[in-house]
Design a protein around this ligand. Structure first.
Ligand SMILES: Cc1cc2nc3c(=O)[nH]c(=O)nc-3n(C[C@H](O)[C@H](O)[C@H](O)COP(=O)(O)O)c2cc1C
Length: 138
């Protein structure tokens, strides 16, 4: 059984160097995630992060504890968590989804409109991330 943790957070990175710093995060994460048999994706919009991580429960838990303590972001809100039937980012240790206005819009909607159609919005964001990551790969 695969476990997942999907969250959104607010970046604390200085705007003028954030692209570079996010590239560092992704580069450092790939070998660690691979070792933990974790796959997933990181969306950075310039203001917010959305990260989808999936793998063995113990691995996801390990990463969750580290990421929650990371001072490079704040206001970390879990939007989906727990057992899930399958992996979504099978071939990606950590796919990077670059800034896109539609990504920020989807996150804003989840931040402001928590109750209404929440599950739909969460799945739509995950789907958007996997489609955008695929495009980045091609
Ligand atoms: C938004 C965000 C996403 C992150 N994602 C991952 C990740 O998927 N895998 C990972 O190993 N570290 C990730 N990190 C980094 C960890 O929080 C942490 O800095 C790192 O694992 C600690 O490594 P160190 O102990 O070698 O410094 C992320 C950090 C941030 C801010």
């Amino acid at each position: 059984m695969i476990f997942r943790w999907f969250y959104i957070s607010t970046s604390r990175l200085a705007e003028d160097e954030s692209d570079e710093l996010v590239a560092d995060i992704v580069r450092d994460s790939i070998p660690r995630n691979r070792k933990l048999q974790v796959t997933g994706a990181l969306l950075f919009t310039g203001r917010h992060f959305a990260q989808y991580l999936e793998g063995p429960a113990t691995s996801v838990d390990t990463l969750q504890r580290i990421i929650l303590d990371d001072l490079r972001h704040e206001d970390i809100r879990t939007i989906a968590e727990g057992a899930y039937p399958c992996r979504r980012f099978v071939t990606w240790s950590l796919a990077y989804v670059p800034p896109a206005r539609s990504g920020e819009r989807r996150i804003e909607r989840l931040l402001t409109d928590a109750a209404r159609a929440r599950e739909d919005c969460v799945e739509a964001l995950a789907q958007f991330m996997s489609e955008s990551a695929m495009m980045g790969h091609a």
